[in-house]
Design a protein around this ligand. Structure first.
Ligand SMILES: Cc1cn([C@H]2C[C@H](O)[C@@H](COP(=O)(O)OP(=O)(O)O[C@H]3O[C@H](C)C(=O)[C@H](O)[C@H]3O)O2)c(=O)[nH]c1=O
Length: 182
């Protein structure tokens, strides 16, 4: 697997080694030993999640706070998304900066998002299947986030406003300026 830095400390783009042959392809979507050896980060994940969304859906920007903060290793197994991670780590030199990367079943790229980031994605294809590993368990009481169209973050989700589909829950998320540190 190859690691690409994003400019946000420990937020990494991961390109797995894909073995192709006349039957199709094979790749290790996760190997704890290889992950830890290549990244120098903990590869101890405790929960796998999967979501399925249609074109125009924007999920996020979400995080869990405090002792339930989560690092995530995200990938797409059907379709394509624009995956966005925003650094909100206390004292980070890149506080408020974000990375946006296209993840797709085609490119098989993964994004490792450390604890202390809010995370979201927009669906660029007709549908998208989104899988991710978390290094901490779900804890509803610890959920927080930033509204997807925050003016300070000014994220380009690559989805025309008329096509955007946002949950009522996400419409209630706070502005970035009001977010307490994760
Ligand atoms: C996240 C989560 C949710 N749920 C339940 C709670 C809700 O009744 C239902 C849907 O949850 P939610 O609307 O929060 O799902 P998403 O909007 O996809 O949330 C995720 O979206 C962004 C992209 C993230 O990075 C987070 O991991 C996560 O917040 O699943 C669980 O039972 N376990 C869980 O770990």
């Amino acid at each position: 697997m190859e690691i690409e830095q994003t400019g946000l400390k420990d937020c990494l783009i991961i390109k797995p080694r894909v073995f192709e042959d006349p039957r199709g392809y094979f790749f290790e979507s996760f190997n704890q030993y290889t992950f830890e050896e290549k990244t120098g980060l903990s590869g101890r994940f405790v929960q796998d999640n999967q979501s399925y969304s249609s074109y125009g859906v924007i999920r996020g920007l979400h995080a869990q706070t405090g002792e339930f903060a989560q690092a995530k290793l995200v990938r797409v197994t059907k379709g394509e998304v624009l995956d966005v991670a925003v650094d909100v780590r206390p004292g980070s030199p890149t506080y408020g900066k974000h990375i946006a990367v296209r993840l797709s079943a085609e490119n098989k790229l993964q994004l490792y998002i450390p604890r202390g980031f809010v995370h979201g994605f927009s669906v660029l294809s007709e549908t998208a299947e989104f899988l991710y590993k978390c290094d901490n368990f779900f804890n509803k009481a610890s959920e927080t986030g930033v509204i997807y169209n925050d003016k300070d973050l000014n994220i380009d989700w690559l989805i025309p406003e008329k096509d955007q589909a946002i949950s009522d829950k996400d419409l209630l998320l706070k502005p970035f300026a009001e977010l307490q540190h994760i």
